[in-house]
Design a protein around this ligand. Structure first.
Ligand code: F3S
Length: 237
C-alpha cells in the first residue's frame, strides 16, 4: 500500500465563478490498483460530485481516456503504482471542449470520423452464393488498423488539432485507411474526398504525438503516409 495524492482538475459549468481549479484527494492505493479504481473510490467514499466517464474497465470502450501525469492514457489500464510518484495529476484530455471535471465533448472526434465515411463501400453486387471473401493475406493487411477504440487520445495530443479545431484528426485518418486498405472496399475516392483539404491530410506535419498517445499501440502516422500516397496516385492516375 502507498499513500498517493491525486490532483484532479475540476470544472462545473454551473459554477462559472469558480471556473477551473485543482482539488486534491489522498488515497491509500494497493498494488494492481488502476487510476480508474482510484477515481471510483474517491467518488464513492470522498466526493460524489467528481465526474468522469467509464464503462467497460477493460481497455475496450475508450470511455476513460484522460490525461494522467501529463500523458493521454486509459484510466482503466494505468496502474497507479507504476506511475512511480506520490502525486498523480489527472486532467481532461486537452483540445476538446470541457463538459464537466474529466468529461470532454467528443463532438470534434465524431465530426472527423463521419467525414471519412467509416464503413465498407461497395459498388459491384456480392457473389450470389457467398459473402465477400478475403484471402488470409488481404485480411492481414488490416492488422494495426481495425483495433482503434476511438478513445480520442491521438487527436487530443496532436498540435495540428490544437491549432485547427476543424482538423479531421489522426483517429479519422487511421479509420479511413482501415477501409482504403480493405480488399473488399470499392470506395477509396469517397473515403479520401474530405481529406484532400486544408483541414485534412495536408495539415499533418508528421509530429508523431498521435503514435505515442495511442493506448493500443497503433500507428496513425503510417496510415497518414499511405493515404497521402493514395491521394497522389488518384490525382495523377
Ligand atoms: Fe498530428 Fe500525428 Fe500528424 S500528431 S501532425 S496527426 S503525425
Amino acid at each position: 500500500m502507498a499513500m498517493i495524492t491525486f490532483r484532479i482538475n475540476r470544472y462545473n459549468p454551473d459554477d462559472e465563478r469558480r471556473g477551473h481549479y485543482v482539488q486534491e484527494y489522498a488515497l491509500d492505493v494497493c498494488k494492481g490498483c488502476t487510476v480508474l479504481d482510484a477515481l471510483n473510490q474517491i467518488k464513492w467514499e470522498q466526493d460524489g460530485s467528481l465526474t468522469f466517464r467509464r464503462s467497460c474497465r477493460s481497455g475496450i470502450c475508450g470511455s476513460c481516456a484522460m490525461t494522467i501525469k501529463g500523458v493521454n492514457r486509459l484510466a482503466c489500464e494505468t496502474q497507479v503504482l507504476a506511475l512511480k510518484s506520490p502525486n498523480v495529476t489527472v486532467e481532461p484530455m486537452r483540445g476538446y471542449p470541457d463538459i464537466k471535471d474529466l468529461v470532454v465533448s467528443l463532438d470534434p472526434l465524431v465530426r472527423g470520423l463521419l467525414a471519412v465515411r467509416p464503413y465498407l463501400i461497395t459498388k459491384t453486387p456480392p457473389p450470389s452464393d457467398q459473402e465477400r471473401l478475403q484471402s488470409p493475406e488481404e485480411r492481414a493487411r488490416l492488422d494495426g488498423l481495425y483495433e482503434c477504440i476511438l478513445c480520442g487520445a491521438c487527436t487530443s495530443s496532436c498540435p495540428s488539432f490544437w491549432a485547427d479545431k476543424e482538423y479531421i484528426g489522426p483517429h479519422a485518418f487511421l479509420k479511413a485507411y482501415r477501409f482504403v486498405a480493405d480488399s473488399r472496399d470499392e470506395g477509396s475516392r469517397e473515403h479520401l474526398e474530405a481529406l484532400d483539404d486544408k483541414h485534412g491530410l495536408w495539415r499533418c506535419h508528421t509530429i508523431f504525438n498521435c503514435v505515442e498517445a495511442c493506448p493500443k499501440d497503433l500507428n496513425p502516422t503510417r496510415a497518414i503516409g499511405e493515404l497521402k500516397k493514395e491521394l497522389v496516385r488518384q490525382r495523377i492516375g
